[in-house]
Design a protein around this ligand. Sequence first.
Ligand code: SAH
Length: 331
Amino acid sequence: MPLTKAEIINLLQNETEQNQLFKKADEIRHQYVGDEVHLRGLIEFSNICRNNCLYCGIRCGNNKVCRYRMSEEELIETARRAVALGFKTIVMQSGEDMYYTKDRLCRIIKAIKKFDVAVTLSIGERSYEEYKAFREAGADRYLMRIETTDKELYHKLDPNMSWQHRYECLLTIKELGYELGSGIMVGLPEQSIESIADDLLFLRDLGVNMAGIGPFIPHPETPLAKEKGGSLNLALRTMAVMRLLMPDINIPATTAMESLHPEGRIMALKAGANVVMPNVTEGEYRKLYELYPNKICVNDTPAHCRSCIGMKIQMIGRQIGTGYGGYKKAS
Ligand code: SAH
């Protein structure tokens, strides 16, 4: 649906009529991607990161974090168990941990692909050769949020990182034939509504196959501890407008939304979202991958999370997707 920047800004600002926006996004979701909700099993395999993003709880400068990384065997075993629970996509997410070299990751990807699942990587910025090798090893999709398209803000929040480089990585990933997922945080300090409108237009122009939108939640052990953080409603409106702009893409109900409200993901599923990414990380690691505080389900098991979200989805009259749940272009 074509929308001008001014129209997007109006929709993002209009809190009083947001229910109409949610309803419209829900209709478009139903019409273009149907009633199936695709589940992705999310494995948080390392919280070691070379970057120092001001918003992120696992930034390298946070020395209060107890760091972990799964071994190759542990990671593959976690994936095997998630597949046994019925997941058809495994998402491998971590900080930018260079212990996982190209060869190591390729071995892991090949092993997980043998379980007959789609594999998504979410491991940040790598070289062209690495992205190419991961793709050849069988990785199907890649998730990397641009976080914000306000370059000045980006450079304040992600010191030593380059917005242009991140953007070029996204172009490379797309060119290599991955399904591309990107997205933003909403409610970053100094982020304006106009800038969020620019972000949405950026994601549309980039032609993403998936767009993840979540509220920024201040972490107490970061320089942004005292900031206000994003509101659930603004995050939901941003997500709903994304659905209007790109009717046929995959849009997750993000974990950060549920961290602000116990029904956050269900609210999102009723306002344009069609994907949920339950955490399938096991044991202590779940707590230690603390991007932001009050992360949900840190004491639960993967099996519990799978059945809990399954019930919630059924209660709103939707079905769990039975296929890989990849992007399908609307005809
Ligand atoms: N290293 C990978 C994965 C990053 S963690 C990469 O660079 O892509 C996944 C996402 O969590 C980030 O892209 C960011 O959008 C989100 N995130 C990090 N800190 C957050 C916070 N404090 N509140 C909300 N979301 C956060």
